[in-house]
Ligand binder design. Structure first.
Ligand SMILES: [Zn+2]
Ligand SMILES: [Zn+2]
Length: 64
């Protein structure tokens, strides 16, 4: 069995990552009032530390 951890905050399964490193929580921890880096919509996610709105986030992570 591998060392799978489940994030307490978002429930994502993390592979040997501490909760502080959860990439899902990182993406969702956007500062209040932040504006998307790529357009002028309110940001709802973070990609690599850049505030990103929902539609730009979908473009960055296309759903199969
Ligand atoms: Zn998480
Ligand atoms: Zn945007």
């Amino acid at each position: 069995m591998g060392e799978l951890t489940t994030c307490n905050s978002c429930g994502s399964e993390l592979d040997n990552l501490s909760q502080a490193d959860c990439p899902v929580c990182d993406e969702l921890s956007v500062p209040k009032g932040a504006i998307c880096d790529s357009c002028d919509n309110p940001a709802e996610f973070q990609i690599n530390g850049s505030p990103t709105c929902e539609s730009c986030h979908e473009s960055a992570y296309p759903i199969d």
